[in-house]
Design a protein around this ligand. Structure first.
Ligand code: GAR
Length: 205
């Protein structure tokens, strides 16, 4: 009987959330194993983190596969070949099509650096989210882990954590605090929650 969920982590950049997941396997994450890391950016430092952890990685770019549709087709092929059960978007800066999100319904989760429904949706990613939060003058922000559906940042919320905005914050200082106090904590917890649920379903089937 299967005892671990096969996880793929999709990345585009530095990969600090990937690192939090790698570090949590065996402690916070007991129901899943990271089988694969996929980057859509050849120079992502996240690829080095995967290599250091001995995790298989592949780079699938729009340029190499003739655009978004070609990239997704290759992504599906690789995910199916590796028998991936759960896809984690950890700083993956490309919007997936409705075809893709429906194929993996309730099997894709994303970390977003704000308290959804604030500062989310198309155009809100990375530092831009924190710039918008500071511009609005909110005193509390945070991070959200949610299921991914066809609406950008619109799927069911799994976990959230609030973080205080401090006087004098810059987008960079706020981003760092949100990562340290919220993202790196709730992403592993949410991955374990969803993995445990998926495992239970598979064992009952
Ligand atoms: C993280 O803050 C993540 O929440 C954000 O990009 C950063 C990636 O950092 N994701 C989004 O904005 C998605 N809309 P990382 O590569 O160090 O994990």
């Amino acid at each position: 009987m299967k005892d671990k969920i096969n996880i793929a982590v999709l990345v585009s950049g530095g990969g600090t959330n990937l690192q939090a997941l790698i570090d949590a396997v065996g402690s916070v994450i007991t129901s899943g194993v990271i089988k694969l890391v996929v980057s859509n950016n050849r120079s992502a430092y996240a690829l080095k983190r995967a290599e250091d952890a001995g995790i298989k990685s592949v780079c699938i770019t729009k340029a190499d596969f003739g655009g978004a549709a070609g990239m997704e087709a290759e992504l599906v092929r690789v995910l199916e070949a590796e028998k991936i059960d759960l896809i984690v978007l950890a700083g993956f800066m490309s919007i997936l099509s409705a075809d893709f999100t429906q194929r993996f319904e309730k099997r894709i989760i994303n970390i977003h650096p704000s308290l959804i429904p604030s500062f989310c949706g198309e155009g809100y990613y990375g530092l831009r989210v924190h710039e918008a939060a500071l511009k609005k003058g909110v005193k509390v922000t945070g991070a959200t882990v949610h299921f991914v559906n066809e609406i950008p940042d619109g799927g069911e919320i799994i976990m959230q954590k609030a973080v205080r905005v401090l006087d004098g914050d810059t987008p960079e200082s706020l981003q760092k605090r949100v990562m340290r106090l919220a993202e790196w904590k709730i992403l592993p917890k949410a991955v374990e929650k969803v993995s445990a649920e998926l495992l239970k379903k598979e064992q009952q089937a």
